[in-house]
Every structure is written in structure tokens, then in C-alpha cells.
Write a protein of this length. Structure first.
Length: 369
């Protein structure tokens, strides 16, 4: 069995974030852009993947089309572990994070989709299986900088059945607004996106220490300052990080430093399902919890559902709080009463909606043979 072609395309779907659009990398963010990776085989089996991401999709796509995809043509898609080891080593001089690893992530997810379809099993069963048919979702709110909007949207999420809430804010006022808008059974996380020095983060951790914060996410700039992050963790608030990590050994460095309570690998950024599995094993050995990073709507999100379904810890799954004009995977990315269904079909369990692909396509398809 051989890979015969790899196709990349970008779809862009408008969304409403229940607030004025925020800036993302200096641009108003009003569309979800997804970089899709379609792998075809000579057996007629197709796999779908997603490579990170968002406003850097064109850069990742160029890396895929010109550098990474040609290396996979003619290779056996079933040899996922061997291929990923070989490709990471072959391409390491071009970066251990960034577009090369993002590209490999997208292909890796597609290969797992193919292997699952070959075995006629959902990916979560290939990963060890479970009897879980649904997963707990958490409401991931974008940054509003307005405590009134924070409270309004948390209250709306609570009414829809969410009991876990993640804010992208940087003030205690915003956290208290959220806390006051939901019931006592709610859990609130604070994702700050690396805004502070270690000393500033320590002061914020001290101010939030008695507020019942579920976790404090990425409080330190730069994110690779693991020793500094460990000093913040020493203040007594659970610390989460990892969406910016460069693979297994970056996570090992965090854990060796005692920097995190919760590891957050992102399947579209870290090297796909294959590398994610290695991080799961590492975290288990260190006694660190894992909560996947997954602010996506494409195959990367579906892959995250399978990974979470196979984890005995049953972590909550991150869902961006926004109303998209269309959905590539229908109800699989739409929580109901705070729960997400686990796809039961072979591989990812579902393919992108071709009508949505056609309507919202903005770049591609580009085919490598």
C-alpha cells in the first residue's frame, strides 16, 4: 500500500465571537481558517488531517506543498511511527517547531485516519479504547477585555450546560466577573497567553490564590522559561502549559523543572497523534495531568476527541465559544448540554462536508504526486 498524493487546501468560515472582533497577529479575527491535508492511497482509502494554523496557514501550506509532502509520496501509510521518526530526523535542521512540525502533524493525523479505516475501527479504539460515547466540553472564550462581556458570555455558556470555562483575560476583575456569572459547580481556567515576567506572574498568582482558580495557563513570557514557570507554580495555583512546546523533550524539560500540573499538547502543532501519544506516556510517568489544546474546527479537533476518549483521566475538551456560519464536521464540533459526541465510525469517524469545503475554499487545492 502506497501514498499516491497529498492535497492541501484552506477553508475560511466567518464566525461571530459574541463581541467585537479581536486582533489576532495584528489583524481583525472574524474567520476560522483551517488548513486541510488529504492523503490518497493506491488502495482507494483517503485520510484527512489538519496542520496548524489560523493566520499562518499560508506559510504552513507552502512548507507542506514544497518540502514535506513530496517526501511521503510512494511511502507506506501504515508505517506511521517509522515515517514520523524518519521525517522528524530528516527535517530537523529546518526547525523543531513551526511550519515543518505543523506540516508533519497534518500528515500524521491523516495517516491515522487511513489506518483506522483499514482496520474498520475508530482511532480511539486503536489508541487503547474505552466505552466512552461522549466527552465533557469546556467553553473557551476569546479575549474581550471587558468584564461585562466576560460575565455575559460565561452566563450564556452556563445556561447551555457548560461547567468548565476558560478565559483569555489578564485581570483579576475579569476572573471575578466570570465567577460571579456562573454557579458554584463551575470550574474557571485563566489562559493569559504569556503576558508577564516571572515576577509579574508571581504577583498575579498571589492575588488569585484564594479565588478557586482551576488552572493558570501560560502566565510567563517567554513560554520556554520553565524555571521561571516553576517559581509561579510554587505559589500554589495549578499551572497549565504546552501549546507552544517543541515536542516530547520540551515537555520533559517542563516536567523536570516542576513547572506544570497540566500538560497541554496540541495535536496540530506537536507532531500529530504519534507525538501526542509519546507525551501522554511521559506525563503518566511524571504524574502530570494532560488536557489537550484544541481551539480548532477541522480534523485536528476530531483527532483530539479520539485522543481524549482513549485517556482514562477523561479530560475536558476545549471548544471555542463562537457561532460559525458553517461547520466542516457538523454536530461533532457542536457541544450539547456541555457534552461532545465521540465519533464511532472508522478512522476519524467522519470526513469534511464537501459542500462546506466547496463554499468556503480560499486557497487550493494543491496536489503533490
Amino acid at each position: 500500500m502506497k501514498i499516491t498524493s497529498i492535497e492541501t487546501s484552506i477553508v475560511s468560515i466567518p464566525f461571530d465571537m459574541h463581541a467585537p472582533p479581536q486582533l489576532f497577529a495584528g489583524k481583525p479575527w472574524s474567520h476560522i481558517d483551517t488548513l486541510l491535508v488529504k492523503v490518497e492511497t493506491d488502495a482507494g482509502i483517503t485520510g484527512w488531517g489538519e496542520a496548524f494554523g489560523h493566520v499562518v496557514n499560508q506559510g504552513t501550506k507552502a512548507t507542506l506543498d514544497t518540502l514535506v509532502a513530496p517526501l511521503f509520496i510512494g511511502r507506506d501509510p501504515r508505517d506511521i511511527t517509522g515515517l514520523m521518526q524518519e521525517m522528524q530526523q530528516t527535517l530537523h535542521l529546518l526547525g523543531r517547531n513551526g511550519s515543518v512540525i505543523y506540516a508533519l502533524s497534518g500528515i500524521d493525523i491523516a495517516l491515522w485516519d487511513i489506518v483506522g479505516k483499514l482496520a474498520n475501527q475508530p482511532i480511539y479504539q486503536l489508541l487503547g479504547g474505552s466505552n466512552r460515547r461522549s466527552l465533557t466540553a469546556y467553553q473557551c472564550l476569546l479575549r474581550y477585555t471587558d468584564p461585562v462581556l466576560v460575565a455575559k458570555n460565561c452566563a450564556a455558556g452556563y445556561a447551555e450546560g457548560y461547567r468548565y470555562f476558560k478565559l483569555h483575560e489578564i485581570t483579576r476583575e475579569a476572573f471575578l466577573a466570570a465567577k460571579g456569572a456562573v454557579g458554584p459547580d463551575a470550574h474557571i481556567m485563566f489562559d493569559t497567553n504569556c503576558p508577564w515576567t516571572v515576577e509579574e506572574a508571581i504577583r498575579m498568582a498571589q492575588s488569585l490564590k484564594d479565588d478557586g482558580l482551576h488552572w493558570l495557563e501560560e502566565p510567563v513570557w517567554p513560554p520556554e522559561d520553565h524555571a521561571g514557570l516553576a517559581r509561579v507554580r510554587a505559589q500554589g495555583i495549578p499551572i497549565a502549559a504546552g501549546e507552544n512546546a517543541a515536542g516530547l523533550f520540551d515537555f520533559k524539560s517542563m516536567m523536570d523543572a516542576g513547572a506544570i500540573d497540566i500538560a497541554q499538547p496540541s495535536v496540530t502543532k506537536i507532531g500529530g497523534i504519534t507525538e501526542f501519544r509519546r507525551i501522554l506516556s511521559l506525563a503518566d510517568a511524571y504524574g502530570v495531568r494532560v488536557a489537550p489544546h484544541s481551539p480548532y474546527f477541522g480534523p485536528g479537533f476530531i483527532a483530539t476527541l479520539h485522543l481524549a476518549a482513549a485517556m482514562p483521566s477523561n479530560p475536558p475538551v476545549e471548544c471555542l465559544w463562537m457561532d460559525a456560519e458553517a461547520r466542516l464536521f457538523g454536530d461533532y464540533v457542536l457541544p450539547k448540554n456541555g457534552q461532545l459526541p465521540v465519533p464511532q465510525g472508522p478512522g476519524l469517524g467522519c470526513d469534511p462536508d464537501p459542500a462546506v469545503l466547496e463554499r468556503y475554499l480560499i486557497d487550493g487545492p494543491t496536489v503533490t504526486r
